[in-house]
Design a binder for this molecule. Structure first.
Ligand code: FES
Ligand SMILES: [Fe+2]
Length: 408
């Protein structure tokens, strides 16, 4: 993070700690229509125009460390093979044989020299080219070069593999903008997976995501956990182009590191992380579906995935520094780290199924957001811009308001 941005965070934290009035010039936020969480039509718009056109984090490079390693991405009704080729490049292909559509690989991860369909043994190389077709002469006028595996856009950000189903999408790093520079000191390519958590939740994916975009709830539902570590009053928020956001909460205790009550954190400290990430918990929202509270002691990538209009999954992939072979399976530090997050997640999730019921019942028609919840509003504005405002029924749109408040 550049020093100007770090200084702006420190200044905004001081402003917030002293603020007991509504910020001058900031609009009172209109309601977010409840139908955005319950309408089948809106859900379909999101599927077609948001999820199929956004960069989505799908895994870590370390999960496909060598030539021929592959991992499957199975979400949003898609099945994609991510595999490392002979040239070291990670590529992605639809896991769909060009012969009659059988899935090529059946395991969620593995290693193969060639990708061989199990149905009639069509054989593809790691670059997706169709190499061999049994009894090829029986296909008549047939050109193997026209029947390679269909590619999916695949790009890497500091060790994280991203996919995009839109062949014309902007390059990933252009899309991430300032986040690339802000988070470079986290040295993410060199971190390693330390643990995972996943949850199935009975609510629209946005209701779950919303819970991670504000600190207004911290005192009420995290009194024994987050509230003992972070000072929600000092929350400094930035809204960036592209719907990305940042939320820095000053830490109450040690400025040296050590998240969520873990001890012995020096051993696991990510070297070179600047003070702004040590004095504060800097959470970023990366459009459209993930948030991460970056910390020098390690952190999870938290993603939200719709499985139906009123159902979603939340996945946490924890990464950190320290001895490579230590994970939540064999290290007290990571076991505690993951368990503490699990506890916090459960605190966050406790109301979500009930919120969805309220929305579906028709008794609750919209979300009334305060200034501290403006990241939620900013995300919703961006959903509409991506979907195309004209494609959204007028009653379900949100007013475009916050562009003047972008952090440049
Ligand atoms: S469907 Fe794959 S070889 Fe026939
Ligand atoms: Fe929370």
């Amino acid at each position: 993070m550049n020093p100007t941005a770090a200084a702006a965070i420190a200044e905004q934290i001081q402003y917030e700690l002293n603020r007991d009035f509504y910020p001058e010039g900031f609009p009172t936020l209109p309601q977010i229509p409840g139908g955005r969480y319950t309408s089948e039509a809106f859900y379909q718009l999101e599927m077609d125009r948001l999820w199929m056109r956004s960069w989505l984090v799908a895994g870590r490079e370390e999960e496909v460390p060598e030539r021929g390693h592959y991992k499957l991405f199975e979400r949003l009704g898609k099945a994609v093979i991510m595999t490392r080729g002979a040239d070291g490049t990670v590529r992605a292909f639809h896991n769909t044989c060009r012969h009659r559509g059988a899935p090529i690989v059946g395991e969620t991860s593995g290693k193969a020299n060639l990708l061989v369909c199990r149905y009639h043994s069509w054989c593809y190389d790691l670059e997706g080219r169709l190499m061999r077709v049994p009894e090829e002469h029986d296909f008549g006028d047939f050109d193997k070069s026209q029947h390679g595996l269909l590619p999916v856009r695949c790009e890497i950000w500091d060790g994280w593999i991203f996919l995009n189903f839109d062949p014309d999408a902007r390059p990933l790093k252009e899309e991430l903008g300032q986040l690339v520079d802000d988070l470079a000191p986290m040295n993410m390519a060199n971190l390693r997976i330390k643990g995972r958590l996943s949850y199935k939740i009975n609510c629209n994916w946005k209701a779950a995501l919303d819970a991670f975009l504000e600190a207004y709830h911290v005192k009420a539902i995290h009194p024994q956990t987050v509230a003992t570590l972070l000072d929600g009053k000092g929350t400094a928020i930035a809204m960036f182009n592209g719907g990305h956001t940042r939320m820095a909460l000053p830490k109450k205790h040690s400025a040296a590191g050590g998240t969520w009550g873990t001890e012995d954190f020096e051993r696991y400290d990510i070297a070179g992380v600047p003070p702004v990430f040590r004095e504060n918990n800097c959470a970023y929202g990366v459009f459209p579906n993930f948030v991460s509270p970056f910390d020098s002691g390690g952190f999870p990538f938290v993603t939200f995935w719709p499985t139906a209009k009123g159902k979603c999954e939340c996945e946490l992939i924890f990464v950190g520094a320290g001895p490579e072979d230590e994970t939540a399976e064999n290290s007290e530090y990571w076991k505690t780290f993951v368990a503490n997050y699990d506890k916090i997640q459960m605190e966050d999730f406790q109301f979500l199924a009930g919120i969805q019921k309220s929305l579906e019942s028709g008794a609750f028609t919209g979300m009334t957001l305060c200034y501290q919840e403006r990241r939620i509003y900013w995300m919703h504005e961006e959903f509409d811009r991506r979907i195309g405002i004209e494609n959204i029924p007028p009653a379900l749109r949100v007013e475009q308001l916050l562009t003047p408040f972008i952090t440049a």
